[in-house]
Ligand binder design. Structure first.
Ligand SMILES: O=c1ccn([C@H]2C[C@H](O)[C@@H](CO)O2)c(=O)[nH]1
Ligand SMILES: [Zn+2]
Length: 142
Protein backbone atom coordinates (compact mmCIF):
# COMPACT_ATOMS: atom_id res chain seq x y z
CA UNK A 1 0.00 0.00 0.00
CA UNK A 2 1.27 3.44 -0.95
CA UNK A 3 1.42 5.85 2.00
CA UNK A 4 -0.58 8.56 0.27
CA UNK A 5 -3.45 6.11 -0.25
CA UNK A 6 -3.82 5.63 3.50
CA UNK A 7 -6.30 7.72 5.46
CA UNK A 8 -5.43 9.81 8.50
CA UNK A 9 -4.28 9.01 11.13
CA UNK A 10 -2.82 5.83 9.61
CA UNK A 11 -0.90 7.82 7.02
CA UNK A 12 0.76 9.82 9.80
CA UNK A 13 1.39 6.65 11.79
CA UNK A 14 3.27 5.04 8.91
CA UNK A 15 5.24 8.20 8.23
CA UNK A 16 6.19 8.49 11.90
CA UNK A 17 7.60 4.95 11.92
CA UNK A 18 9.76 5.61 8.86
CA UNK A 19 10.99 8.97 10.09
CA UNK A 20 11.83 8.00 13.67
CA UNK A 21 13.91 5.07 12.40
CA UNK A 22 16.85 7.42 11.84
CA UNK A 23 17.05 8.02 15.59
CA UNK A 24 17.78 4.35 16.33
CA UNK A 25 20.78 3.77 18.56
CA UNK A 26 22.21 0.67 16.91
CA UNK A 27 26.03 0.86 16.81
CA UNK A 28 26.34 -2.95 17.07
CA UNK A 29 23.84 -4.21 14.53
CA UNK A 30 23.57 -1.09 12.36
CA UNK A 31 19.97 -2.25 11.94
CA UNK A 32 17.66 0.71 12.39
CA UNK A 33 14.08 0.17 13.49
CA UNK A 34 11.39 2.78 14.07
CA UNK A 35 7.99 2.10 15.62
CA UNK A 36 4.88 4.22 16.05
CA UNK A 37 1.83 3.31 18.08
CA UNK A 38 -1.63 4.87 17.72
CA UNK A 39 -3.79 5.28 20.82
CA UNK A 40 -7.57 5.19 21.02
CA UNK A 41 -7.41 8.99 21.32
CA UNK A 42 -5.52 9.09 18.00
CA UNK A 43 -2.24 10.17 19.52
CA UNK A 44 0.99 8.76 18.15
CA UNK A 45 3.94 7.65 20.28
CA UNK A 46 7.20 6.54 18.73
CA UNK A 47 10.20 4.43 19.64
CA UNK A 48 13.48 3.18 18.21
CA UNK A 49 15.71 0.25 19.04
CA UNK A 50 18.25 1.12 21.72
CA UNK A 51 21.28 -1.15 21.88
CA UNK A 52 23.89 -1.67 24.55
CA UNK A 53 27.51 -2.85 24.75
CA UNK A 54 26.08 -5.62 26.91
CA UNK A 55 24.23 -7.02 23.89
CA UNK A 56 21.47 -8.79 25.78
CA UNK A 57 20.16 -5.45 26.99
CA UNK A 58 19.19 -4.26 23.50
CA UNK A 59 15.56 -3.13 23.39
CA UNK A 60 13.42 -3.27 20.26
CA UNK A 61 11.71 -0.21 18.81
CA UNK A 62 8.26 -1.77 19.25
CA UNK A 63 8.67 -2.14 22.99
CA UNK A 64 10.09 1.36 23.35
CA UNK A 65 7.07 2.86 21.50
CA UNK A 66 4.60 0.92 23.65
CA UNK A 67 6.46 1.87 26.83
CA UNK A 68 6.36 5.52 25.78
CA UNK A 69 2.59 5.42 25.22
CA UNK A 70 1.87 3.57 28.46
CA UNK A 71 4.10 5.84 30.50
CA UNK A 72 2.14 8.84 29.22
CA UNK A 73 -1.07 7.20 30.43
CA UNK A 74 -2.22 5.58 27.16
CA UNK A 75 -3.04 1.89 27.41
CA UNK A 76 -5.61 1.59 24.65
CA UNK A 77 -3.46 0.97 21.62
CA UNK A 78 -5.33 0.45 18.36
CA UNK A 79 -2.64 0.31 15.70
CA UNK A 80 1.08 0.15 15.23
CA UNK A 81 3.52 0.77 12.38
CA UNK A 82 7.09 -0.48 12.27
CA UNK A 83 9.82 0.23 9.75
CA UNK A 84 13.30 -1.28 9.51
CA UNK A 85 16.19 -0.89 7.09
CA UNK A 86 15.27 -3.86 4.91
CA UNK A 87 14.55 -2.63 1.41
CA UNK A 88 12.59 -5.33 -0.34
CA UNK A 89 10.50 -7.25 2.16
CA UNK A 90 8.03 -6.58 4.96
CA UNK A 91 9.30 -7.69 8.36
CA UNK A 92 7.24 -8.90 11.33
CA UNK A 93 8.29 -8.29 14.95
CA UNK A 94 10.37 -10.56 17.18
CA UNK A 95 8.71 -12.94 19.61
CA UNK A 96 9.34 -10.79 22.67
CA UNK A 97 7.61 -7.81 21.07
CA UNK A 98 4.67 -9.97 19.96
CA UNK A 99 4.09 -10.90 23.58
CA UNK A 100 4.29 -7.26 24.71
CA UNK A 101 1.78 -6.17 22.04
CA UNK A 102 -0.54 -8.99 23.14
CA UNK A 103 -0.55 -7.58 26.65
CA UNK A 104 -2.34 -4.49 25.36
CA UNK A 105 -4.27 -5.45 22.23
CA UNK A 106 -4.11 -8.71 20.35
CA UNK A 107 -6.57 -7.31 17.79
CA UNK A 108 -4.57 -4.29 16.76
CA UNK A 109 -3.89 -3.35 13.16
CA UNK A 110 -0.20 -3.83 12.50
CA UNK A 111 1.51 -2.04 9.60
CA UNK A 112 4.81 -3.46 8.40
CA UNK A 113 6.54 -0.63 6.61
CA UNK A 114 9.45 -0.44 4.18
CA UNK A 115 11.85 2.53 4.03
CA UNK A 116 10.09 3.69 0.84
CA UNK A 117 6.92 4.20 2.95
CA UNK A 118 5.00 1.33 1.38
CA UNK A 119 3.20 -0.83 3.93
CA UNK A 120 1.33 -4.04 4.47
CA UNK A 121 -1.37 -4.25 7.13
CA UNK A 122 -2.14 -7.37 9.10
CA UNK A 123 -4.25 -8.21 12.13
CA UNK A 124 -1.80 -8.69 14.94
CA UNK A 125 -3.49 -11.89 16.16
CA UNK A 126 -2.23 -13.60 13.01
CA UNK A 127 1.29 -13.20 14.37
CA UNK A 128 0.60 -14.78 17.74
CA UNK A 129 -1.85 -17.69 17.59
CA UNK A 130 -2.97 -19.19 20.93
CA UNK A 131 -1.58 -16.15 22.73
CA UNK A 132 -1.11 -16.06 26.47
CA UNK A 133 -2.79 -12.80 27.48
CA UNK A 134 -4.02 -11.08 30.66
CA UNK A 135 -7.33 -12.93 30.15
CA UNK A 136 -5.50 -16.23 30.54
CA UNK A 137 -4.73 -15.39 34.16
CA UNK A 138 -8.44 -14.87 34.85
CA UNK A 139 -9.49 -18.37 33.78
CA UNK A 140 -10.58 -20.94 36.34
CA UNK A 141 -7.70 -22.80 37.91
CA UNK A 142 -7.38 -26.15 39.70
O1 LIG B 1 11.36 -6.37 15.27
C1 LIG B 1 12.49 -5.98 15.59
C2 LIG B 1 13.63 -6.75 15.36
C3 LIG B 1 14.84 -6.25 15.77
N1 LIG B 1 14.91 -5.03 16.37
C4 LIG B 1 16.22 -4.50 16.78
C5 LIG B 1 16.86 -5.19 17.95
C6 LIG B 1 18.32 -4.94 17.67
O2 LIG B 1 18.68 -3.65 18.15
C7 LIG B 1 18.42 -4.92 16.15
C8 LIG B 1 18.91 -6.21 15.52
O3 LIG B 1 18.17 -7.31 15.97
O4 LIG B 1 17.12 -4.63 15.70
C9 LIG B 1 13.81 -4.27 16.60
O5 LIG B 1 13.89 -3.16 17.13
N2 LIG B 1 12.62 -4.78 16.21
ZN1 LIG C 1 11.29 -7.14 19.33
Amino acid sequence: MNVESLESPYKELVKAAVEVKDKAYCPYSNFHVGAAVLTSSNQIFTGVNVENASYGLCVCAERVAITNAVSQGHRELKAMAVCCDIKDSFKAPCGACRQVVAEFNLDMDYYMVKPDYTSKKIKFAELLPMAFTPASLKEERV
